[in-house]
Design a protein around this ligand. Structure first.
Ligand code: NFE
Ligand code: MG
Length: 546
């Protein structure tokens, strides 16, 4: 047995995740991903009016604040057989697009960048040389030697006072950090700017959704923001959208490319084999066949051979999770019966279930979506990906990696953000024609079964509902971070993040920044992945942030 490294909790994520790796001769040989909290939202829903579900499930998470709302409303619509008006589809796409813009900016700058950027090293930078570098790589609206000098002084005052705040407890000075001091200073300053940008981007949700987090304007049948479909509100949305999209194009994308240029070796580390996308952003009333980001499945990295996605092939395993039962079940038949035993690497070790598609562990998220769209030949995605590969001088195989996952997230942000302009124009066109319909009336049936499948910032999200006597009989959701961070299944097959970690080089087992790079590249959200915190868990598992 090699040496076991335990990271518990993994920080810069939502929820409680424990990652263990076994390292031998400086390489990860085995890995375990464990969700350390239990939530019983699915159990709380049983017996309630189905119209309660969207409001309850949305509270699963304050990060992807909108997506459970959307999927739950769509699951009811599917069960009842409701077709929503065109304007409702467009508004939902706009709110969903805004979620991507906001979420991916926050992920790159505030949750992931410090795995690649050494904040303390930025103190060694020459502000003038940093200004020249920033002019060369990005089109940021701020810059110049005096600007970078001020940022450097702020960082220095943090470091000198010993109060690093959000920059504390990192592995500064680790040999795996490769950026020049100037690139580090540029990235740190963009980290600070991105805090302001994300606060403004969050207002997009408030315009057509009343607030953020936890929007208020969706109901089964359509949307309720009819009073906001006015030129001034649309113009306000467009203004904020444009400001956000300009940051994405002029700062986020160039920063990802600049950082990636220092870490090309990560184009061969952290990949997985199978990928699943449900697809999203229906462009017409036809539904998923008109999705901007198409659905599909890729086996064994064969991205030129994208298979059709069939949600009947989804099951969830609990053989290695703290739930009763051993058999894998389709979400319509899913059972969530907690049964906690000790943490046992050879047995049950997580509150996360293990979803499988056609029996296989599949990665979901930006990389899966981009690979599916690329493999299906979408011209817009193809151009973005090919230009990026050419810019970095790396082959397409470099996509199957930690670097590929982080780059794919940036590329889809710009792609989806661009499409939002078309949706706004379409909305204005409908309103100008006099089509201001936003809701289809319906009645609650006695019985029904339905699902809402969406592709949300972290990946494929599905909600399944069974209605009986007008009440919720069963409700299950399978969430992106359940797919990506789930444990082994009944057959012993590893979950995607476990698979991705194997083969990772570790320079210093006491400071495993390399493990964090791959784990963070999935943008884990354990609040979502496990659907009331176990008050004992923090006592049972002492924090071992090695
Ligand atoms: Ni709590 Fe979420 C997204 C969902 S989880 S962040 O995106 O669903 O993986
Ligand atoms: Mg959808």
């Amino acid at each position: 047995m090699g040496q076991i490294i335990t990271i518990d909790p993994v920080t810069r994520i939502e929820g409680h995740l424990r990652i263990e790796v076994e390292v031998e001769n400086g390489i990860v040989k085995d890995a375990w991903s464990s969700g350390q909290m239990f939530r019983g939202i699915e159990i709380i829903l049983q017996g309630r009016d189905p119209r309660d579900a969207p409001l309850f499930v949305q509270r699963s998470c304050g990060v992807c604040t909108y997506v459970h709302y959307l999927s739950s409303v769509e699951a009811i619509e599917d069960a009842v057989g409701i077709k929503i008006p065109d304007n409702a589809r467009i508004i939902r796409n706009l709110l969903h697009g805004a979620q991507f813009q906001h979420d991916h900016i926050v992920h790159f700058y505030h949750l992931h960048a410090l795995d690649w950027v050494d904040v303390v090293n930025a103190l060694k930078a020459d502000p003038k040389a940093t200004a020249t570098l920033a002019d060369n790589v990005s089109n940021a609206p701020w810059g110049g030697a005096s600007y970078f000098k001020r940022v450097q002084e702020r960082v220095k005052s943090f470091v000198d006072s010993g109060q690093l705040g959000p920059f504390a407890n990192a592995y500064w000075g680790h040999p795996a950090y490769k950026l020049s001091p100037e690139a580090d200073l540029m990235a740190v300053s963009h980290y600070i700017e991105a805090l302001r940008v994300q606060a403004r981007a969050a207002k997009l949700h408030a315009i057509f959704g009343a607030k953020n987090p936890h929007l208020q304007s969706l109901v089964a049948g359509g949307v309720t923001c009819a009073a906001d479909l006015k030129p001034d509100r649309v113009a306000e949305f467009k203004y904020l959208w444009k400001e956000t999209q300009e940051f994405i194009k002029n700062v986020y994308i160039p920063d990802v490319l600049a950082v990636a240029g220092f870490y090309k070796d990560w184009g061969a580390i952290g990949g997985t084999a199978n990928y699943l996308a449900y697809g999203d952003f229906p462009q017409t009333g036809e539904g998923s066949s008109s999705d901007l980001m198409p659905g599909g499945v890729i086996y064994q990295r064969k991205f030129t051979d994208v298979q059709k996605m069939d949600d009947k092939k989804i099951t969830e395993h609990v053989a290695r999770s703290w739930y009763e039962g051993k058999k894998d079940l389709h979400p319509y038949k899913g059972v969530t019966e907690p049964d906690y035993s000790d943490y046992d690497r050879g047995g049950r070790y997580s509150w996360i279930k293990a979803p499988r598609y056609d029996g296989k562990a599949t990665e979901v998220g930006p990389l899966a979506r981009v690979l599916v769209a690329y493999g299906k030949g979408d011209p817009g995605v193809k151009k973005l990906v090919d230009d990026t590969l050419a810019h970095l001088s790396v082959p397409a195989t470099a996509l199957f990696s930690t670097l590929g996952r982080t780059a794919a997230r940036a590329l889809e942000t710009v792609f989806i953000g661009n499409a939002m302009e078309n949706w706004l124009n379409e909305l204005v066109g409908n309103l100008t024609k006099g089509d201001d319909s936003t809701y289809t009336p319906w009645e609650m049936p006695d019985k029904g079964m339905g699902r809402g499948l969406n592709d949300v910032p972290r990946g494929a999200l599905g909600h399944w509902i069974e209605i009986d006597k007008g009440k919720i009989k069963n409700y299950q959701y399978v969430v992106p971070s359940t797919w990506n961070l789930g444990p082994r299944d009944a057959k012993g097959q590893l979950g995607p993040v476990e698979e991705a970690l194997i083969g990772t080089p570790i320079a210093d087992p006491k400071r495993p920044v390399e493990v964090l790079r791959t784990v963070h590249s999935f943008d884990p959200c354990i609040a979502c992945a496990i659907h009331v915190i176990d008050p004992n868990s923090n006592e049972v598992y002492k924090v071992k942030a090695l």
